[in-house]
Design a protein around this ligand. Structure first.
Ligand code: SF4
Length: 460
């Protein structure tokens, strides 16, 4: 599988990996691939399908503009975004990749094709550059979830968005059955095999530094989310709850056995409130589902009091990545393609598997945990109200985190023998997503997105 741990876990900004991170990367890549940018007279961007339908709520417009300016999700300072965009709006001048100036009218040069879907994926974008002599250069890109982008040609060829040369890894796998077979033959854990695969690309120290950085960003995101109160942007008037509830979460007066689960929910919600506010998050595997893995990592490293949390966190991330890779390869991690089962469901499976590994579970128990995590999200739709990654997304991450602990607990107390394999449940997720009506796949044309707005309008 030509996928790395750091392809799956990407440091970026909220609120969406498919609608914010992917489009920002695509816009920048389009300009980098244009051979004669100095001759540019006009740049236009057209958004299609889910990007057009929910892009305003997901900040796709802002992401594309920032990408054209040369910004990347990983390096941009979230606090600088508003200034950059207001300078563009007031001047009408875009500095492409920070260098080449061109007139840019947000109303005329950024187009929303809400009734049209490009053939490759619901999240399509067409970039067109017109040169001074009237000739044009255009490219189509697709944002397929989790910050992955593909050009039209790459999607047709089934190749990835990475430009790395193909390499041979010691433990190649396209299914969980193959990974388990490697484990049986070698006697190695999934974490050890994933590490060996990664070491084809980097040194042990570089891998550990990269994994530690991911956890560092996740951890800071939880901390910020547990401190900041106020209203989230977008016009839904959703109040941030994690910080307010955190104030009393450690109060032992009248404590109940499930208070630990309450704290786990708050960790996850803290991350997703940061995500909804456009803050710094790690795709895990997407932004909409970014709260579950950090929540379970914090639960593991602080609440479970492990003897070597540093080691356990690294194992957790490697194993979680293996599950995410399988889901991306054999189904999807895009809400626009298969609904929320592919985002929160997959994140739950990744977290459950990671926790099982960190707590010493066998390869078979890891598979069981991941399978349970997906099985009980099958069919879950994506219907964000107002196209914002807020309702149901924030609370849904809290629920997904609690389910991940339950899945890991069931797996750890089992003998690893189970009726449904992970490969079977991933294929079931793929087929269920294919059968799901388009209105339930990140279009905000069905489900909660329609009914809550109808009720609110009636109340007005
Ligand atoms: S409902 Fe799920 S898939 Fe849809 S935007 Fe929210 S978190 Fe993502």
């Amino acid at each position: 599988m030509d996928m790395r741990v750091f392809d799956l876990f990407k440091i970026g900004v909220g609120p969406s990996s498919s609608h914010t991170v992917g489009p920002m990367l695509a816009a920048r890549r389009f300009l980098l691939e244009c051979p004669d940018l100095f001759k540019v007279r006009q740049v236009q961007v057209a958004l299609y399908g889910s990007l057009a339908l929910t892009g305003l709520g997901h900040a796709t417009d802002k992401a594309v503009l920032l990408g054209l300016m040369g910004e990347t999700p990983q390096d941009i300072d979230p606090a600088s975004i508003d200034d950059k965009l207001s300078t563009l709006a007031s001047s009408g001048i875009m500095h492409l990749l920070g260098e080449y100036s061109v007139k840019f009218d947000i109303l005329d040069d950024l187009l929303w094709h809400k009734k049209e879907v490009l053939p490759g994926h619901p999240n399509g974008m067409r970039f067109t550059l017109t040169r001074n002599d009237g000739s044009t250069f255009d490219r189509v890109f697709y944002s397929t979830g989790g910050g992955f982008i593909y050009s039209e040609e790459e999607l047709q060829q089934g190749s990835g968005s990475t430009t790395r040369p193909a390499v041979t890894v010691p433990y190649p796998f396209a299914t969980m059955a193959e990974l388990l077979a490697h484990g049986k033959r070698s006697g190695l854990s999934i974490a050890t095999m994933l590490r060996a695969n990664e070491l084809v690309h980097c040194s042990d120290d570089e891998l550990d530094a990269g994994l530690d950085r991911l956890w560092n960003v996740m951890s800071h995101c939880i901390e910020r989310g547990l401190q900041i109160t106020g209203e989230l942007p977008g016009g839904l008037h959703v109040q941030r709850r994690a910080a307010k509830l955190w104030l009393t979460a450690n109060d032992l007066t009248n404590a109940l056995p499930h208070d630990g689960m309450h704290k786990v929910s708050l960790y996850a919600m803290a991350v997703n409130e940061e995500n909804a506010a456009g803050g710094r998050v790690v795709t895990a595997p997407t932004n909409g589902a970014a709260g579950i893995i950090p929540a379970i990592l914090r639960y593991y490293s602080q609440d479970c009091k492990p003897s070597n949390p540093e080691l356990g966190i690294r194992q957790f991330l490697l194993v979680a990545a293996a599950i995410g890779m399988l889901c991306k390869k054999n189904a999807s991690i895009s809400g626009a393609e298969i609904g929320c089962q592919g985002e929160v469901g997959v994140a739950c499976a990744m977290a459950a598997a990671g926790l099982t590994a960190a707590l010493g579970g066998s390869n078979e128990q890891i598979e069981t945990a991941a399978e349970i995590g997906i099985e009980h999200h099958l069919g879950m739709t994506c219907d964000p109200i107002g196209g914002l990654v807020q309702i149901p997304c924030i609370e849904r991450n809290g629920m997904g985190a609690v389910k991940a602990i339950t899945a890991a607990s069931l797996a750890l107390k089992s003998d690893g023998i189970h009726h449904v394999s992970l490969d079977q449940v991933i294929e079931t997720m793929r087929q269920t997503g294919a059968d799901m009506q388009a209105k339930y796949k990140e279009t905000s044309l069905g489900g909660l997105a329609v009914h809550v707005i109808t009720v609110n309008h009636a109340a007005c």
